[in-house]
Design a protein around this ligand. Sequence first.
Ligand SMILES: [Zn+2]
Ligand SMILES: [Zn+2]
Length: 228
Amino acid sequence: MIHAISAQVQSVAPPADRPEQKELITSDIMKCSVHADKTVIMVCRAQQCESCFVCVLCIAGSHNGHKMATIGEVGRMAKKRLQDTFTANDKYLDDQKRKIEIINGMQLADDMKQKELRQLMETQGQRMHETVDKVIAHMISHYDFKYERRLKELDCTKHLIREDITRVQSSQDSLEQTLETDDWLQIVEDEKKLTTTRKVEDLPEDITLGVTAEEVNNNLVEGILSAL
Ligand SMILES: [Zn+2]
Ligand SMILES: [Zn+2]
């Protein structure tokens, strides 16, 4: 409405002695923008007049026959509309704030769910680790047994060979002394006492136990299936 008044003020050339526009408007008294010495008393409700304020001269003149309303009526209607807008805005703000609250709740729930899920996955992963460890231990135990038996067998053979070496070594020492003389009698006697016979231990078969990747995979699958 203020805009409409300004437009009217501009459309009419103000006289030189006309007061400043801001002095025309007070809290409840407003001078006519066309007739500067007249106070506005009504609001013109004609569509083309866009609710402009009019004085008695306007009503009798350019707004003659136009539908009029009091400033109070128009003001009350405007106030009612502004109140409705205010209430609607208030409700809109409440709704938007509630939306934020709901989204906050959703985020909190999602965040908690994510943490729960992560915890669950980690626990599950831990269990899988434990299971795989058990499977590996189980698989290895089978081969461990084989390898340990083989290593023990090799140790045993090595032990027998060492014993033989010691035995032959000691007779070799006395034989060496005998051979340093030409005491025939002694030599004949010593030969009778020589009971050492070399005991040849067969070398163990050179078979290093091997496991194929396929065998390992099969064992792993079986192990996992049995562990689940
Ligand atoms: Zn007027
Ligand atoms: Zn009018």
